[in-house]
Design a protein around this ligand. Sequence first.
Ligand code: SF4
Length: 107
Amino acid sequence: MFRVSQYMRELAQAEASGTYHTPALRGGGTAPGPVVIWNLIRRCNLTCKHCYSISADHEYAGELSTPEVFTVMDDLKAFRVPVLILSGGEPLMRHDIFEIAARAPRR
Ligand code: SF4
């Protein structure tokens, strides 16, 4: 299991000692990367008071295109991400969400 607190502690120690290695490279490079929760879109058609993404039901500038999402997915594969959670905003408001979701297990 990847623990963010442990990872951050290791980064701080590596920075202090002048060395650096990622958790994925420990143990001969076979360890999985971290689980990723990916906020694919900020737009959301709900208005929860506790909203963590300050979302609203309109377009936001800077959202990734489908090809850009696929490029990031390729990077996540290279990082050996074992689990990808698609979130938002409301990810179902992306026109390409099913295309993205179908591609994820293949990557
Ligand atoms: S992004 Fe999540 S928390 Fe925010 S309004 Fe939409 S459903 Fe609610």
